[in-house]
Structures are given as C-alpha cells and as structure tokens.
Design a protein around this ligand. Structure first.
Ligand SMILES: Cc1ncc(COP(=O)(O)O)c(C=O)c1O
Length: 377
C-alpha cells in the first residue's frame, strides 16, 4: 500500500499526447530553450568533471556560487549575503523545499490559475490546500486584489506568484509587486516568488520581490537563463533564518546540489552574458513574429507576452483546449492545452517559442488553416 498522498497528484498526460504527433511535426510545446548552454559553460562543466569535481559538496552549495548569486541580488537588497542563498538541484526542487518548509497540513496556499503545474501538487503533497486565484487576459494576467481579499482565510499561509509567467507570459509591473507585498503583509502571508524567467523579459523592467519584504522566498533556476534544463540546478533566496530552515529540508531531499554543474554555472555567471543576451534577443524577435501571426488568425486573441517564452492565445471556437490541441496535433503542430495549467486556461493554448522562426511560421500557418475550417464549419 502506498501513502495516501501519492493519490493526490498525477503525472501530466500531455507528454503522452505529444508521443502521438506525426513525424516532422512542429513542436511548439517545449518548456525549455532550444539553445545549448554558452560554450564557456560547457567547457567549464567538462573541465570540472575531468578535474575531479565529482564529489559531495556543502549542502547549501559552493560558497563561491552562493557569493556570486548574493552579489547579483544586492541591487535588490544591499544586505544580501551568501547566508540568504541556497543552491538547489533545480527550481522544481526549490519549490518542493519551500512547500516542506512553509506549509503545514491544513494550511491554505494561494496559487495562480492558470499557473505552473507544480504549485498546487507541491502544496497537496505536504497536506496543504491550494486555493487558485484568477489571472485573466482582461487584467493582462495581473491579480485581482478584490478576489485575493475574498480568498484569504485564517488558514492561508502563503501566496505563490510567478512573473514573468509560465504559461501566460504576464509580467507584474513594480506597482503590482508593491500591492502584492502590501496584501501579503496585511494578512501575514509569505510570498513564494518564482522568478525563473527573470532574465527573459521583453517589455520590462522586471520587478523582483526581493528587497521589498522580509516575508518572501525567491525561487530561481539556471535552467532557462543558461539553457541547461537537463543539468538540474537552481537556487533559493530567503531571509537568513528561513534560509537555514529551507536548507534543512533541502539537505533531506538531496544532501547537496551537483558539484560540477555549480562550477560550470560560476563560469556562466562570469562570462555568459553575451550568449544570454543573444538568446533573449532571438526570443524577442520570435515573440513579435508569433504575436503578429496570431493577430491575423480569425477567432484568436492574444495578450502579447511581456516575458518568458510562451504565448497564451485564447480562441472563440466551441471546443475544449484539449480538442483544439488534438486537432492541431493531427495537422502536425504540437501545442499545450491551456487547461493543463488550471481551469482558467480553458479556451487557451500555450505556444512555446522555443522553436526556430521557420517552424513558428509553419505552426502559425497550420493554426490559421484550422481556424478557417472552424469558421466555415
Ligand atoms: C514557472 C516555472 N517555475 C519553475 C520551473 C522549474 O524549472 P527547473 O526545475 O528546470 O529549474 C519551470 C520549468 O518549466 C517553470 O516554468
């Protein structure tokens, strides 16, 4: 007999759907950059492995890397030091560590709807209840504060925020960040801010939650910025006492983050800026291409994504997002049904622009042809 909690979560069925795609399909379903890590980072990884950096390291991560991350966060709060930073084995692990450290059985946690797929399940796995709050295109995917006030109860422990957002591409302006901080402070909530797309921003500036309140945990990752999703390396930034508690949970999950990947990331943070800038510039060009293309398709509307690498168009056809995604799959383009990210993702598709411009054009052509069929059906 397995524990009850196993039944509270499911593995997403989306992958299985992708496997049914015809050969040569255009893949607009990817949740990771279609780039390789910067060359100097790859070199540093190979050298680290060759030079014997293949052993356990400190649980909270290599001091040099924690110092480097702290330095980067000092523009948000001058007092940031390595004591605030825990290197993790990915943003996903950082999210689970946060759930373990913050939520009790019976706690409620405000989570975005639509939002990244792990927030709700992580809460459930520790016995807490996720309470979805709405993000709608009408409000440019910014929270509705009146709704937040209605959803909060004495059991609410935290609010999870994600700007820039997967799947919506929404980006909170500084004023919205301040209002969320004020809301959380008034209700004694901790803000769990998932900032994994903080460097992939088109209509900035990006506004971090770090440095605005003492009740915050920043979840971040090197996966997207350094195009190293398979290396599994991320980090947490939190007030010192909380960071020590997060580290205790992290130690019990994975003892320490991977040593060679940390050495390689250090090289990336020192020298990878040009490659990161080039990747973000390419994403920006693709964002424009996708928004222009979607605006020419009847029955489709889109709020231009301000960050991350996803567009989240809505469609007006009387079909579920699963049905539309399946119809597109048969025609040779892989998309993600919007309701995979929560009930308010119904009537939407997520299109990733981690695909070449040529493939994005092909994908948009297929979507346009399908829209024409729907219009004449
Ligand atoms: C919003 C968001 N948070 C966290 C993650 C987790 O990233 P990783 O576990 O690769 O660091 C992802 C990955 O898709 C994401 O989109």
């Amino acid at each position: 007999m397995v524990a009850q909690r196993v039944r509270t979560v499911e593995i997403s069925g989306i992958r299985r759907m992708f496997e049914a795609a015809p050969p040569n399909s255009v893949n607009l379903g990817l949740g990771e950059p279609d780039f390789e890590p910067p060359a100097e980072v790859v070199e540093a990884m190979c050298a680290a492995v060759r030079d014997g950096m293949n052993h356990y390291g400190p649980s909270a991560g290599l001091v040099a890397l924690r110092d480097k991350v702290a330095e980067r966060y000092r523009d948000r709060d001058r007092r940031t030091t390595r004591e605030n930073v825990i290197i993790t084995g990915s943003g996903s692990e950082a999210l689970m560590v946060t759930a373990l450290a913050l939520y009790d059985p019976g706690s409620e946690v405000l989570v975005p709807n639509p939002g990244f797929v792990l927030y709700g399940p992580d809460a459930r796995l520790v016995g807490a209840t996720p309470v979805p709050y709405s993000l709608t295109p009408r409000r440019r995917y910014w929270p509705d504060f009146e709704e937040l006030e209605r959803l909060v109860t004495p059991r609410t422990r935290a609010i999870v925020v994600n700007s820039p957002s997967n799947p919506t591409g929404g980006l909170f302006p500084s004023g919205t960040v301040d209002r969320i901080v004020d809301f959380a402070d008034r209700h004694h909530l901790t803000i769990v801010s998932d900032e994994v797309y903080d460097e992939i921003v088109y209509d900035g500036p990006f506004a971090s939650f770090w440095g605005r309140t003492d009740r915050v945990v920043i979840v971040n990752s090197f996966s997207k910025t350094l195009a190293m999703t398979g290396w599994r390396i991320g980090f947490l930034v939190a007030p010192r006492a909380l960071a020590a508690d997060l580290n205790k949970m992290h130690y019990h999950i994975m003892a320490c983050p991977p040593t060679p990947a940390q050495v390689a990331v250090l090289a990336g943070l020192a020298n990878g800026h040009t490659a990161i800038r080039a990747m973000v510039a390419e994403f920006a060009a693709r964002r424009d291409l996708v928004v222009r293309g979607l605006r020419r398709i009847p029955g489709v509307a889109v709020v231009p994504p301000a960050g991350a690498f996803y567009a989240f168009p809505s469609f007006s056809w009387p079909r579920s997002s699963q049905e539309v995604a399946e119809a597109l799959l048969k025609r040779g383009v892989i998309t993600t049904p919007g309701d995979a990210f929560g009930s308010l993702g119904a009537g939407h598709l997520r299109l990733s622009f981690a695909a070449s411009r040529a493939n994005l054009e092909r994908g948009l052509d297929i979507l346009r042809a399908y829209a024409t069929e729907e219009a004449t059906a």
